[in-house]
Design a protein around this ligand. Structure first.
Ligand code: ZN
Length: 221
């Protein structure tokens, strides 16, 4: 039996996000939107709408240009997280969800640098990774079958989608309907295996966390 948690990254988008919300409402599914600080500046009302409907709002960096693990200039990584959290303000979940990004959805050392890791720990963030990336941005016409195959390979799938104007979200309803037909249930919470940091505490071994952090030497200090 598979359960599926949906997440939507890189928004909010003034056109796509409301359509996603409408689809989720129709299916009575609650999800999380990992927003960009840059887009929150003038589109906060879209995120407010999502929050009011019971969706969780998480932080996905300010401008999503350089993965934090590739950021070498001091202060940039912490600033990307902090500025965005300020713009999210009272829409933030009490567990302060943060999702890093790398390249093509890979879970590797591009996700975080040491400064980002320290900022997440010091400020009691919960780091939310993923286990299903169907690349909806790259295959807006064909992501659904891929997402179904990948989701049903998991007991609890944490799926990354994007509320971006690629056209992919036109098929969100089809994905949900087919997944339900195959017996999946939808839930809002995340699988433990995708949460390496919970409210600032490491939930996995240092060796495991290290695989997400650039720089060879990792210290718990
Ligand atoms: Zn992203």
């Amino acid at each position: 039996m598979t359960s599926i948690t949906l997440t939507f990254d890189n928004g909010p988008d003034p056109d796509v996000t409301p359509r996603v919300l409408e689809t989720l409402r129709r299916h009575q599914i609650q999800s999380t939107f990992f927003v960009l600080g840059e887009k929150m500046r003038d589109r906060r009302s879209v995120a407010e709408h999502a929050h009011a409907e019971g969706h969780w709002i998480g932080n996905h960096t300010y401008n999503h240009i350089v993965p934090l693990g590739m950021s070498v200039e001091r202060g940039i990584a912490a600033g990307e997280i902090q500025r965005t959290e300020e713009l999210i303000g009272d829409l933030a979940h009490p567990h302060r969800f943060f999702r890093p990004f790398g390249g093509g959805g890979l879970l590797d050392r591009r996700l975080l640098n040491r400064e980002a890791l320290k900022h997440l720990r010091d400020n009691a963030y919960t780091c939310v990774l993923w286990n299903v990336v169907p690349e909806d941005w790259a295959r807006p016409e064909t992501w659904v079958e891929r997402a179904l195959d990948m989701s049903f390979a998991q007991t609890h799938a944490l799926v990354v989608l994007h509320d971006l104007p690629t056209g992919a979200m036109r098929d969100l309803d089809r994905f949900i309907s087919l997944a339900k037909d195959r017996g999946a249930t939808f839930r809002q919470d995340f699988p433990k295996s995708c949460i390496p940091i919970e409210r600032g505490e490491l939930t996995q071994s240092v060796q495991s966390i290290e695989t997400y952090v650039s720089e060879d030497a990792y210290s718990t200090s």
